[in-house]
Design a protein around this ligand. Structure first.
Ligand code: SF4
Length: 295
């Protein structure tokens, strides 16, 4: 049973406006609306143990993978061409292949999109490290939806998942790194909610590490005003290459437990950083027949 929605009419109206045509915030919206992920952000500032960012693997279908990194101009050119093919796209998302907020190109692309495709909604996915620091710019650029990946709120668990964190030119390790990341994530979620943004919290379900802990993540996110929670199964790689991916039943059980605190998004396809189109009929930007693209 999922949690009850908030009853503040202003918050509800803002949420309704931001999510009604977003494919990844509602129950059935993914059938009517699509999205483009723009791979303009190659750099990252956090070492997540489950992440392996490689650019040249178009057959792989997972977050953080992109066939190419595009300049802001290239990305917006491709948006125009793919909108001609798929006009149901309503959202331009920034989901890597690095961290969207760690790359100036994300902001340049949002500015270009506002000029050339103002009907599209900009949507940011981030590890959250820079969210409090960049919130003013996101707000000015009209971003209404933000996804923050939070895999733990307990340092003992977080330290198993994360390695180093680079912030303001300094590299942090171990307990210090996770505490800094968590502090920024939680502050960022609260600040984004206070600005009227609608926040989705993503969590990677890592069996043996955080499956019993994710309800605590959901509870914390709900307390901060997050709108929805997206639990996705680990794709074993990098530090967790030897881990088993959770099966459907495990994922369903964790979503059920988390749903007591925060509504669950259950249609995630774990899309690539250059995904484009409808969730059920996906392709990468590189596969779209546009000038300059890959075949
Ligand atoms: S990764 Fe999940 S939340 Fe992101 S666009 Fe794809 S389906 Fe939506």
């Amino acid at each position: 049973m999922d949690a009850e929605p908030p009853d503040d009419p202003h918050v509800e109206a803002a949420e309704e406006s931001a999510t009604a045509d977003h494919p990844c915030y509602g129950d059935g919206t993914h059938k009517e609306f699509g999205r483009i992920h723009l791979p303009v952000a190659p750099d990252c500032n956090v070492s997540c143990g489950y992440c392996d960012r490689r650019f040249d693997c178009p057959n792989e279908n997972r977050p953080g993978v992109s066939s190419d990194v595009l300049s802001p101009e290239e990305a917006v050119d491709r948006v125009g061409e793919i909108l001609d093919e798929e006009p149901r796209i309503t959202v331009a998302g920034f989901a890597g292949p690095g961290d969207s907020l760690a790359n100036e190109e994300t902001f340049e692309t949002l500015e270009l999109l506002n000029e050339r495709h103002p009907q599209l909604k900009g949507c940011i996915s981030t590890n959250g490290l820079l969210l409090p620091d960049r919130i003013d710019r996101l707000d000015r650029l009209g971003v209404e939806t933000v996804t923050v990946t939070v895999n733990a709120v307990d340092p003992a668990i977080g330290e198993e998942i994360y390695g180093g964190v680079t912030y303001d030119g300094t590299v942090y390790q171990g307990a210090e790194a996770f505490q800094l990341l968590l502090f920024q994530q939680l502050r960022g979620i609260r600040t984004a909610v206070d600005r009227g943004m609608v926040v989705k919290v993503n969590s990677i379900l890592i069996p043996g590490v955080n499956e019993d802990h994710l309800p605590a993540v959901a509870e914390t996110a709900a307390d901060l005003g997050a709108y929805v929670h997206n639990v996705t199964p680990l794709i074993p790689m990098a530090e967790f290459a030897e881990h088993e991916s959770p099966d459907h039943q495990q994922v369903a059980a964790v979503r059920e437990a988390c749903g007591g605190h925060l509504n669950q998004f259950r249609n995630c396809q774990q899309c690539r950083a250059d995904a484009a189109g409808m969730l059920a009929d996906d392709r990468s930007l590189a596969s779209v027949n546009v000038s300059g693209g890959q075949p």
